[in-house]
Design a protein around this ligand. Structure first.
Ligand code: ADP
Ligand code: MG
Length: 345
């Protein structure tokens, strides 16, 4: 059931906030929640003795199921537009442990098992895949589906479907814009193929971070689904549309502070998390209704924004899901997440 108005679906960025339930550990140490959902578009946060109110397109409290998350986030609007040949992107933002992976994919420990599906815990990606497949079956066009899965860690791009290929280069050409050279893009002929890509990518992200001693909270993982459709016109000529949707599980937002505190060093060595930092600048420039000039949007300042350039702004739609941990112990981090998300509005 959609509650989206035309005005909301016309926005180029939609911003939702999801607050997960307090976990057992937080409850056992006597911590309390600092988040109150006031109504479906507003929340209040208690921080340092005062209450601050925030407004978003949609606020999801701890009682939201994964199914409600899928329908209320409006991700189906993005999937519909990808089926129409447009580009779209979905981001999960928030500190480590706030529920990004749960929201996007499901319970991390269960993912990576190829055959694993759960009606209860499956996140937006597996639900989106089912939705997409159903929609394609109901449409006139013939669709070809392809998928890829990559990771950006310390501004280096790796293929999560083919980890042996090492660090890949970003290139640009007039036909495709920015793209990752030698990225494995696999043909998917059914739902199971796409689910297998999701699980393979997540499994390789996990094993890769162990083997290379990487801190996975610093990496962005990106699943790309390409929807190529062919329609036959009355004159017998057929024309193609190229739709795309990118699902991005961002690095933990606590990494943003490190980036800022590094100051001048950052500029010299390349950011600890330049991509997270630049994404913030790009989405706030896009959210700024007065900024009509695309030339001031710093897409080229990081790998993430460069590679998502065609899926952010212009005719494309983006959805930002800011995930927060409600415990008072995290209030400062939560406030910074809400501020980051608020800048995209
Ligand atoms: P992140 O990816 O942001 O680091 P996770 O998605 O892994 O965080 O979530 C941290 C833990 O909290 C996981 O065990 C996850 O299953 C659980 N969790 C997150 N969100 C919810 C939720 N809405 N309901 C129940 N459990 C959740
Ligand atoms: Mg995660």
């Amino acid at each position: 059931g959609s509650t989206l108005t035309d005005q909301e679906t016309g926005e180029s960025i939609r911003v939702c906030v999801r607050s997960r339930p307090m976990n057992e550990k937080e409850i056992s140490i006597g911590d309390t929640s600092c988040i109150t959902v006031v109504n479906p578009q507003a929340l209040q946060m208690n921080f340092k003795g005062s209450a601050k109110s925030y407004r978003f397109h949609q606020v999801m409290g701890e009682d939201y199921t994964q199914g409600q998350m899928f329908s209320e986030s409006g991700v189906h609007v993005l999937l519909d537009s990808a089926l129409e040949g447009y580009s779209a992107s979905v981001f999960a933002y928030g500190q480590t442990g706030s529920g990004k992976t749960y929201t996007m994919a499901g319970i991390e420990e269960n993912l990576g098992r190829q055959d694993y599906r759960s009606d209860e815990t499956d996140g937006i990606i597996p639900r989106g895949i089912s939705y997409m497949w159903q929609s394609m079956a109901n449409r006139q066009e013939q669709y070809y589906v392809k998928a890829a899965f990559m990771e950006i860690y310390n501004e280096q791009v790796r293929d999560l479907l083919n980890p042996a290929s090492g660090v890949l280069h970003c290139r640009w050409n007039i036909k495709s814009g920015f793209f990752v050279e030698d990225l494995l893009i696999v043909d998917c002929t059914n739902i199971d193929d796409l689910i297998a890509v999701l699980h393979e990518g997540i499994r390789n992200r996990k094993t890769g971070s162990h083997e290379l001693n990487k801190d996975s909270s610093r990496s962005h993982s990106i699943m790309l689904i390409y929807l190529i459709s062919e329609t036959k016109g009355e004159d017998g000529h057929s024309f193609k549309k190229f739709g795309k949707i990118c699902f991005v599980d961002l690095a933990g937002s606590e990494r943003l502070k490190e980036t800022k505190s590094q100051g001048i060093m950052v500029k010299e060595t390349g950011n600890i998390n330049r991509s997270l930092f630049t994404l913030g600048k790009v989405i706030s420039a896009l959210g700024d209704k007065k900024n009509k000039s695309k030339s001031h949007i710093p897409y080229r300042d990081s790998k993430l924004t460069m590679l998502l350039m065609d899926s952010l702004g212009g005719t494309s739609k983006a959805l930002m899901i800011a995930c927060v941990s409600p415990a008072s112990a995290y209030a400062e981090e939560t406030a910074s997440t809400l501020n980051y998300a608020g800048r995209a509005m």
